[in-house]
Design a protein around this ligand. Sequence first.
Ligand SMILES: NC(=O)c1ccc[n+]([C@@H]2O[C@H](COP(=O)([O-])OP(=O)(O)OC[C@H]3O[C@@H](n4cnc5c(N)ncnc54)[C@H](OP(=O)(O)O)[C@@H]3O)[C@@H](O)[C@H]2O)c1
Length: 288
Amino acid sequence: MATRIAVVTGGNKGIGFGIVRELCGNFDGKVYLTARDEGRGRAAIEELSKVGLSAHFHQLDVDDAESIANLADYIKKTYGGFDVLVNNAAIAYKNAATEPFAEQAENTIRVNYFGTLAVCHALFPLLRPHARVATVSSSCGHLSRINGSEPQATALRNKFGSPTLTEQELGDLMNQFIIKAKEGTWKEAGWPNSTYVVSKVGVSALTRIQQRAFDADQRPDMVVNSCHPGYVDTDMTSHRGPMTIKQGAVCPSYLAMLPPDIKEPRGAYLWHDKQVVDWVNGSTPSIV
Ligand SMILES: NC(=O)c1ccc[n+]([C@@H]2O[C@H](COP(=O)([O-])OP(=O)(O)OC[C@H]3O[C@@H](n4cnc5c(N)ncnc54)[C@H](OP(=O)(O)O)[C@@H]3O)[C@@H](O)[C@H]2O)c1
């Protein structure tokens, strides 16, 4: 049997670090902590080693095509394939950020949506049968967060929630949002006033599309889900979240280690307590 391999993006701190820690203790194989900055990544590996946990390092900037290609190449040459991918890396502008909305939109969608997509495009061909992919979305990534009542917002919700939405159409929606942000007309076009919300609705919608592709894949039992990890005490939340990093890692780690041949969740959106939430017609169990 080949050594099982797990890869976590943005693993040097916050929830990503918590997920690596959880996998080091419970995943039956090698765990790769990836980070865009080698120094920060290796420091995190060192921190884990102090508590007797062993993770491996590889550089990965999800916003850099060459870096993504390097990781794919390394996995292919070293192991031939891998088993678990946790898409955790993301950015969020602070409420007080002074960058123009259009700039925030372009950067947030590029990293959180198109960066995650590029990682999936490069790494999915290397996934082995029974692979598990966990994408860290957010409470902001529930479809209801496209929350306008005007017809334009309803039309957007219908598009995102369509069971036949394609990756191309979803990419077009993400790009349309950036265009509207640059024109200054995003609100009239039905979009919410948060670039982060749009990026996270995007990755949750992507998860549903990817599961359809997995279901049609020759490799058996491929599963991808997205989740809200909870409101967690990390740099991203300026340490306002009440949950610990360990608690925030619970649902993503659960999704990364779902047992073989599980019937559900598949292509689903989960809350931090592991409950499956109806992404299209439901509401979130709480606001955060
Ligand atoms: N904290 C919460 O309450 C909360 C709630 C809902 C969802 N989330 C989601 O949970 C995930 C982790 O968030 P967090 O709170 O742990 O945030 P965080 O403390 O800010 O950590 C984010 C991680 O992502 C990495 N990253 C950012 N851009 C990257 C890039 N281009 N390539 C590779 N890595 C990159 C960061 O690396 P650097 O150290 O190099 O910046 C860092 O390791 C994110 O997807 C976030 O949206 C968090």
